[in-house]
Design a protein around this ligand. Structure first.
Ligand code: BEZ
Length: 253
């Protein structure tokens, strides 16, 4: 997970409200198919939960994240991690694989991310990632935009949610061979209500609301979204759509 302007991460709150993000990382870890002793970069390592899994599989892993607080949390697990912006990676040909879960949508300069990943990989290395794709949390974003607009407040979508076609062509423009890429709708049960989700993940939206009105703003969004996102089973579900991909830097490059 990356830190962005107007979005701050705190490992304790992340543990309470966002644990499902790493818990749902199984499919992208399977796609990575890491082998013991491989040198792997975890791009946007967040609190290090998946980084630690890779370490336990015998990989030699480095986590990077733009949030110093999250890097601290990762190091407390005994995992190597450094603070670095994923849009300005500085590695040269040292990794067998670059892995990323639920981070790249926080990095709008995707061409710079892709170039940095390419440079970080050894020739023949692979890039395996999952993040928010086109249509991700659209129900929530739309409702937030309508509510902001009704209050005459500015709207800025802070995330990069590309289509598979667009992301594939960005990867290919860099020289990657894309071996798999797909958009995967994944309605995701939340640990609390959508208000908690907004407070945890949508700070860039909420910061445009004057602080004294923020609580009311979130409460009214919860009511707007209740009929659509609250299931009969009492669980709130966010309309997540994942973009999952695997791309290879050809051996001859
Ligand atoms: C996501 O993981 O898809 C996501 C996280 C935070 C904000 C928006 C989307």
């Amino acid at each position: 997970m990356n830190v962005q302007k107007n979005q701050q991460w705190d490992p304790a709150s992340y543990d309470r409200h966002a644990r499902f993000v790493s818990d749902l990382g199984g499919p992208v870890l399977d796609l990575l198919d890491a082998a013991p002793r491989e040198r792997i970069l975890d791009l946007g390592c967040g609190d290090g939960s998946l980084t630690l899994k890779l370490v336990r599989m015998g990989c030699d892993v480095l986590g990077v994240d733009a949030s110093a607080a999250m890097v601290d949390g990762t190091r407390k697990l005994g995992v190597s991690a450094i603070v670095m912006d994923g849009q300005a990676l500085t590695f040269q040909g040292e990794f067998d694989a670059v892995f990323s879960n639920a981070a790249l949508h926080w990095m709008p300069d995707a061409d710079k991310v892709i170039a940095g990943v390419w440079n970080a990989l050894k020739p023949g290395g692979r890039f395996v990632a999952e993040f928010g794709g086109h249509g991700n949390v659209e129900t929530i974003v739309r409702a937030a935009e309508v509510a902001l607009q009704a209050r005459g407040l500015p709207i800025a979508r802070p995330w990069f949610f590309p289509t598979a076609k667009r992301y594939q062509s960005m990867l290919e423009n860099q020289g990657f061979q894309v071996t798999s890429i797909a958009l995967i709708p994944r309605p995701t049960p939340l640990p609390g209500d959508v208000g908690q989700w907004l407070t945890t993940f949508a700070q860039p939206f909420l910061r445009t609301v004057p602080e004294e009105h923020r609580e009311d703003f979130v409460a009214s969004l919860v009511e707007d979204l209740r009929p659509t996102l609250l299931g009969d089973d009492g669980l709130w579900r966010a309309d997540y759509v994942r973009l999952r991909c695997r791309a290879v830097r050809p051996a001859s490059t």
